[in-house]
Design a protein around this ligand. Structure first.
Ligand SMILES: [Zn+2]
Length: 291
């Protein structure tokens, strides 16, 4: 019992001393340390309703110029696929930057990147950035992996489909969409319920434009890029679900194929991609202006 009291006193003594100083300090002329006073910790919080982290729009200041939002897939704690010492998130960002630079060099088009560093964005956020910026076109860039099937190679272009067009597309959708599911619980799972008819009309038009854009990517990429034998696909991809922004997802190739991985990681391979994709984007915008 005595021991317990002694041990308790050992711990209590400094507390009691401090308490005594606070109570009697002024009278005794001894100042107690002012714990926690004099510190102001400010946490900047976004204003209610404000969108967090809208990226800058680059290129001409003229808002009449078409705006393409380029989305480098994955990022942060979500590396995406990996192979040949490459990570999808890193490659996607390099390709996105190459395309951005190419478009800005050629001029006339405004460009924004959903991410320009290694940060994580949930899928809905990516499409939402495009919508908030009033984008005319949205392109998400990814790279694929076929595991140990090293021979599989080639780029493909995805657009949104209500139903996955093939089993492969469905598997792809499940994998790409899984980024927003933590412990089986979706982080964001809202349905568009605002005026279903208007949304559907907008979506139908965006879908036609998305198909046109995808077709142009294949056309302009011919002879410049290596395409998968079945390069045109559709899947239920969350990132393409903006109802009013024509959107496509470009799978640049398989980083599980060492040769393709090397090409995609090289300045030459990235320049080829940027050249073909920039051309497809320009032709797309030119046609939208005419029609
Ligand atoms: Zn991906």
């Amino acid at each position: 019992m005595l021991y317990r009291l002694q041990i308790a006193l050992v711990f209590l003594a400094p507390v009691l001393l401090l308490a005594a100083l606070y109570v009697l300090g002024d009278a005794l002329g001894v100042r107690a340390p002012l714990l926690g006073r004099g510190y102001v910790i400010r946490l900047p919080l976004p204003e209610a309703g404000a969108t967090v982290g809208l990226p800058p729009i680059l290129g001409p200041a003229d808002p009449a110029r078409p705006l393409v939002v380029i989305d480098a897939g994955h990022g942060g704690h979500d590396p995406g696929a990996s192979g040949a010492g490459l990570r999808e998130k890193t490659l996607a960002l390099a390709l996105a930057r190459a395309l951005r630079d190419r478009l800005l060099d050629e001029g006339g088009v405004r460009v924004a990147l959903t991410r320009d560093d290694d940060k994580y964005l949930v899928l809905e956020e990516r499409a939402e950035i495009a919508r908030q910026l009033g984008a005319d076109l949205f392109l998400s860039i990814h790279a694929d992996s076929a595991g140990d099937k090293e021979a599989v190679s080639g780029a493909s272009v995805y657009t949104l489909s209500a139903r996955a067009s093939s089993e492969a597309a469905a598997r792809f959708a499940a994998r790409e969409n899984s980024a927003d599911v933590v412990n089986g619980v979706p982080l964001a799972n809202q349905d568009e319920q605002v005026n279903a008819i208007l949304v559907e009309l907008a979506q139908r038009q965006a879908q036609e434009q998305s198909d046109e854009f995808a077709r142009l990517i294949l056309r302009e990429g011919q002879g410049v890029l290596e395409f998968h034998p079945q390069p045109r696909r559709s899947a239920a991809l969350v990132v393409l679900r903006a109802p009013d922004v024509p959107s496509a997802l470009f799978e640049a190739g398989f980083i599980s194929n060492p040769e393709e991985a090397g090409r995609l990681a090289s300045p030459e391979g990235q320049a080829s991609f940027a050249e073909a994709m920039a051309r497809a984007i320009r032709v797309y915008f030119a046609r939208q202006t005419v029609s």
